[in-house]
Write a protein that binds this ligand. Sequence first.
Ligand SMILES: [Mg+2]
Length: 210
Amino acid sequence: MGGIKLKVGQPDGQEDLRRIDALRTHLPDDVAMMVDANQQWDRTYALQFGRIVDELGLAFIEEPLDALDFEGHAMLARELATPIATGEMLTSLAEAVQLMRAGGCDIAQFDAPRIGGISPFLKAMTVAEELRIDIAPHWMMELQVHLAAAYPQEPWVEHFFSLEPVFNERLEIANGRVAVPSRPGLGLSLSDAARDWTVSRSAFGEISRL
Ligand SMILES: [Mg+2]
């Protein structure tokens, strides 16, 4: 089965804990659960929170700290039993390697579109494999499902609805798993809406109106 990720990092940490408890109670045991703090915590709070939830068996805690606080993430990875996942905000292979070499993630979440494309992503995957780090690519899964499928350890992949207007094809998802498309190449073709969305007409934030 797949998993469900819950946003945390609200001003009221007790509300985060109540929501985690409610979801865990609701979900079947074979559905994994993970939380994403989107860089909202400092080191002290993240460690306190992590210790409270450490016995719950979460699949990972995502982005507990500022995305560039590699040392802080490394401290949490050392101190907590729950795996630490981060890396989605990094924008180069060099940053990705720096994070991994610092021990800053148990699960790397680099995104090919952000770190420079498929080639840098594959290089980052090679370093991750060498360091025995799992991966959980994060965004534009229509592209990254192919890359993630090439990783020796079964990765987590996420499903976002927001990019569906860009492509004619849809990911096939069943029982919490994404099927790797067998169509040629990436198995994607741009939708008419995306073709119409030319560089000359685009503006910041326009994708939300597709
Ligand atoms: Mg995230």
